[in-house]
Every structure is written in C-alpha cells, then in structure tokens.
Design a protein around this ligand. Structure first.
Ligand code: GLN
Length: 344
C-alpha cells in the first residue's frame, strides 16, 4: 500500500515543472481569447488540448481508485447564465474524495457559523501533505486547515446531530444540494477505503486527543470516509463550483444552498489549501480558489464568472489531477479569469 505521507519538498511536482510551459495557448484558446472569452469554446479547447496528455498516476493507496481507467477525462463549466458547457466524460461517476471537505465545511459554517472553523480547526496552511501526522504534532492539533485530513476529520466531527445517521443525512444532503441532484455513496470505494484507512483513524484519534473535535473519533473518521466515497460526475462538480461562484445559489435548481456571506471565507480557505502543499503553485498559475480529490476530481471557482469541474484520475505527486489542472489553467487564461491579472 502506498501512503501519501512522505516529505515531497525535494521533488518538483509535474504541475510545478509545467508552470511556464502552460502559458503557451493552443490556436483555439488564443482565438477564443481574441473574442473576449467564451466559456464553451474554452472548455472544448482545453479538453481537446490535454486529452492525450498521459502523465501522472492514479491514487493506489485506496485500492479501488487504482482500478479506475486512467483515460477518463471530462470538463464541465457553468457561467452566469446557468448554461452547462462540457466536453468528454462528464457523466462518468467517480468518488468525490477530498472535494467533499469543502462541502462538509460549508455545512458546519451554515449550522454553527464561520467562527467555529476559525476557532476549532484553523484556516492556515500546514504546508504538509494532506495526511500528515507530523503537522498535528507540530501544532498540537491547532491550525489544521479544514481541507487537509486532520482538519477535515475534525470538521466532520463538528457536524451537529444526535446520532451518526442524523449527521450522515445532513452531510449527504449538503453534497446533494450543491450538486443539484440526489447523490449516493460508491459502496465499493467506501469498503476499499474503510479497509485501508488506518492512517486516517490515527489522525482522527490524535485530533480527539488534542480536544479538537467533539465527536467519537472513530465515528467521525467513518463519516469522513463515507463522505469521500460519494459518487459524482464532472457535471456535479461544475454545479458545486458554480454554486460557490454565484453566491451560494445553485444554478441548476435555483436553490440558495448556503448564505452568500459564507462564500468568501470558503473560497479563501480553498485558495490557501485546496491543492494541499501545491496550493501556492496553483494560485501562482491561476489565481483561483480550487479543490482537488484523489479520485481525480478538481473544482475551481471564478467568483461571478464561472464554476468548473474536471475528472481525470492520474495525479501528480501532491495528489492533484494532472489533466484537470492543465484544463482549468487554460480555461482561466482564455477567460482572463485570474483576479490578480486585471492589468496584464
Ligand atoms: N479519502 C481520502 C483520504 O482521506 C481523501 C484524500 C484526498 O482526496 N486528498 O486519504
């Protein structure tokens, strides 16, 4: 079993190596740029450009993820008019994995306010791999960002409820509300991850020992494992991202899923740690808040402009989808969506 837990500071991620190269746009993207940015054309061009790009490797520390065909590639995006623009395998289901961390965090903020995340979990980056135990020890369970495993398991442990079932129904409910349809758990992934999540159980127990979560740590870790196993497709991810892009209102259902006042905090946490210890490289390249999952999903949010979701299982060393990052970086460039690039 491979565990993503080593110090990878010495290794340059695939995306890191490609930061400069990614600036060269394909003719289709350049043409689109000249037209002032068209989301549909940018999605099609990005999918076309990176479809044949075969770098990266499926996650294999969760055995069921290693078996997913690496060739799947879907890109889906939703702009202000609510229209869905997509290319490739956008209805193929896969497990949401760490992207669920954003949604459960949103649920905790919705029912208990943002302050609980600031006070009990923290919002700074650990700068470590997402399942680092060193980071917990270093900070004694404080300042564990909700988008890496220690903070995420503690966040799940902060969902209110009288029983695990009640908590679970709320977690599945918020995921479904963000997706705009009723979602279900991928039982094969849930079993595979439950059989091999000893490290996450240890993380949950340590967070509990440092009094960072109110729930029994084994129950919290099981609920966290279940939320990571929820099946989604790239279109669901686009709906989730677009809900965040447009003030907490789901463009497909018209439903206000979370209050708009919660969105800036959520996006700032995504910008800080959404791509784990490669979040800085990602922000440098795109300027956009984003979140990845080891199942191969990736979401990114351009506030007021678009939400995008991609699916491509091969990951770089930090655990982020290689083609997903490339496709979203291209779309961001095509639509001039980097908020730090207003003048150039
Ligand atoms: N369920 C996975 C884990 O806890 C999620 C990790 C991820 O997507 N980065 O290891």
């Amino acid at each position: 079993m491979t565990t993503i837990s080593t110090n990878r500071r010495s290794a340059m991620g695939l995306f890191g190596a490609s930061i400069l190269a990614a600036g060269a746009a394909s003719p289709a993207v350049a043409q689109n740029r000249a037209r002032g940015g068209d989301l549909g054309a940018a999605v099609t061009a990005a999918h076309h450009r990176h479809q044949g790009f075969a770098e990266g490797k499926n996650a294999d520390y969760i055995p069921a993820l290693a078996a997913v065909p690496s060739t799947y590639f879907g890109v889906s995006a939703i702009g202000p008019d609510g229209a869905v623009h997509e290319a490739g395998d956008t209805t193929q289901l896969f497990s949401i994995q760490s992207i669920s961390k954003v949604l459960t965090m949103a649920l905790v903020m919705k029912e208990s306010g943002q302050q609980i995340i600031l006070d009990s979990v923290g919002v700074d980056a650990t700068g470590r791999v997402f399942n680092s135990i060193d980071a917990i020890e270093q900070y004694r369970g404080k300042e564990m960002n909700p988008l890496v495993n220690p903070g995420a398991i503690a966040t799940t442990g902060n969902v209110k409820g009288g029983s695990p079932d009640e908590v679970w129904n709320k977690i599945l409910g918020i995921h479904s509300d963000f997706a705009g349809r009723q979602l279900e758990v991928n039982q094969e992934v849930y079993k595979s991850e439950s059989d091999t999540n000893q490290r996450n159980r240890a993380i949950g127990a340590l967070m509990w020992a440092y009094e960072r979560m109110p729930m029994d740590p084994l129950v919290a870790t099981d609920l966290y494992t279940r939320q990571c196993s929820i099946n989604v497709n790239a279109r669901d991810l686009a709906n989730m991202a677009a809900t965040l892009a447009f003030g907490g209102r789901n463009p497909a259902t018209g439903r206000q899923v979370i209050d708009a006042s919660l969105v800036p905090g959520i996006l700032s946490i995504m910008a800080t740690a959404g791509l784990y210890d490669d979040s800085g490289k990602w922000l440098f390249r795109t300027g956009l808040p984003a979140k990845s999952g080891v199942g191969g999903g990736l979401i990114a949010v351009s506030p007021g402009k678009f939400g995008v979701g991609t699916f491509s299982p091969p990951l770089d060393e930090a655990g982020n989808s290689v083609r997903g990052q490339r496709a979203i970086a291209d779309i961001t460039t095509a639509l001039h969506a980097n908020p730090y690039a207003q003048f150039g």
